[in-house]
Design a protein around this ligand. Structure first.
Ligand code: PMT
Length: 402
């Protein structure tokens, strides 16, 4: 969402300014153009030269010495140029000016003149932040449709511990991506349910029957859908991965738990993508205590019961939902996948031959085929799971709109 975006970054004088130098660099790496406007106080912390170098544009400080022939209207030019205006760090002072509509320097004037979307990241001493004056100013800005991002809590430069820290740069970038996706992303009005990773069925308190799913495929789909503006509920089995920011995450362990979580959100969602590797069987009896060593001659028999087929249950209850399954096969890929489309009442299936190198479980890439109820098959080359997710979302949108 940041690609090609024009961002006016207003920088006021706070110690957190050091993070903002990196922020400019990260935004540019994601394809955004950034023009920095600084307050006089901000220039006491960091030279405008640094921001000029890192942003590729002269950092503006004053309306009167902008270095442009029409510098007296610099604030209007900047305000009109931006698709988005961000204040980071936003001190109590600039927030008070913004709330009152004061315009006594280039930054406050630009903020007042800008009609684009605006996001402010307050960062200051905890006492200043919690002061009713600041809180009322923030409430005023929120009421006017300006996004106010809660500061992080922790040790502040002044020695106090509490809210007031500027969030870390990756969190700011993630926030801005999500902010833009919710305004402009093509999935912004859709709710997705994505399942990921494998379910586990206990044998005793320390052992389980499971599979090799890492969650990489499902997490990639959830991440891409979020980046395109969807609201995503991610129902995930145990995984070492960090869920993407802004997903509503429901962690489950067994197939029964995954079924319950899916049924809970199913009536509200528009699209379901079931990338999870669901345990089809579960031990009939789960030992209360850890099972001790067995007699090698006798061995041990674990009787397994069939688990419910979550996707089939969802297929039978389908109303408005667009239902996508995955098929993990080691033989007869197309025939088995086509059978699953029919039996589970799916709108689409993603078939992967998990015996192929570079495909399936715990790899960063996958090799998939998309199958539809009308018999159409689309074969994709090996690509990253992120790219598979992107292609999958393209097809979901095309097919939903038919
Ligand atoms: O997580 P990774 O390491 O990235 O690996 C990705 C993956 C290989 C797990 C993924 O690409 C994949 O193929 N997921 C589906 C695995 C699977 O369970 O396939 P299946 O053919 O057994 O099941 C077909 C479909 O029915 C799947 O959408 C599955 O979620 C669903 N199912 C299966 C059994 C069951 N009891 N309930 C279900 O809902």
């Amino acid at each position: 969402m940041l690609e090609g975006k024009k961002i006016v970054l207003g920088v006021s004088g706070g110690i957190a300014i050091y993070k903002v130098v990196d922020l400019v660099s990260k935004l540019r790496k994601r394809g955004a153009e950034v023009r920095v406007v600084m307050t006089e106080h901000a220039t006491k912390f960091v030279s405008p030269l640094l921001f000029s170098e890192i942003s590729g544009y002269p950092a503006a400080v004053s309306s009167w010495e902008g270095g442009r022939p029409d510098s007296s209207v610099e604030h209007i030019a900047l305000a009109e140029w931006g698709d988005l205006m961000v204040l980071a760090p936003a001190t109590a002072n600039i927030l008070a000016k913004a709330a009152c509509g004061l315009a006594d320097d280039l930054l406050s004037t630009t903020f007042l003149a800008a009609a684009c979307a605006k996001v402010v990241f307050p960062a200051m001493n905890t006492g200043m932040y919690e002061n009713p004056a600041t809180q009322e100013n923030l409430a005023t800005l929120r009421r006017r449709g300006i996004a106010v991002v809660e500061p992080a809590s922790g040790q502040l430069a002044c020695g106090v511990s509490g809210p007031g820290r500027l969030p870390e740069v990756p969190d700011i970038v993630a926030y801005l991506e999500r902010f833009l996706a919710k305004r402009e992303g093509r999935l912004r009005n859709l709710r997705f349910l994505v399942t990921a990773a494998g379910t586990r069925e206990p044998i005793d308190p320390v052992r389980y029957v499971g599979n090799r799913s890492s969650g990489k495929m499902g997490y990639a789909i959830a991440r891409e859908a979020l980046l395109q503006g969807a609201d995503v509920t991610l129902v995930t089995g145990p995984s070492a991965l960090t869920p993407p920011p802004y997903a509503k995450v429901i962690r489950v362990e067994t197939t029964q738990e995954m079924l319950a979580a899916c049924l809970d959100v199913y009536p509200e969602v528009d699209v379901v993508i079931k990338a999870a590797a669901v345990a089809d069987f579960k031990p009939r009896d789960v030992a209360d205590q850890k099972i001790k060593k067995i007699n090698p001659e006798e061995g041990m028999t674990v009787v397994m019961d069939q688990n419910p087929d979550i996707l089939k249950i969802l297929g039978a209850r389908k109303e408005k939902q667009f239902l996508v399954g995955f098929a993990a096969e080691t033989q007869n890929l197309l025939a088995n996948a086509a059978e699953k489309v029919r039996k589970k009442n799916l709108d689409m299936i993603v078939a992967n031959d998990v015996s192929q190198a570079g495909a399936g479980f715990n790899t960063d890439t996958n090799i998939v085929k998309f199958l539809y109820p009308d018999g159409t098959v689309e074969s994709l080359d090996m690509m990253t799971k992120d790219d598979v997710a992107l292609r999958l979302l393209d097809r979901v949108m095309e097919r939903r709109e038919r």
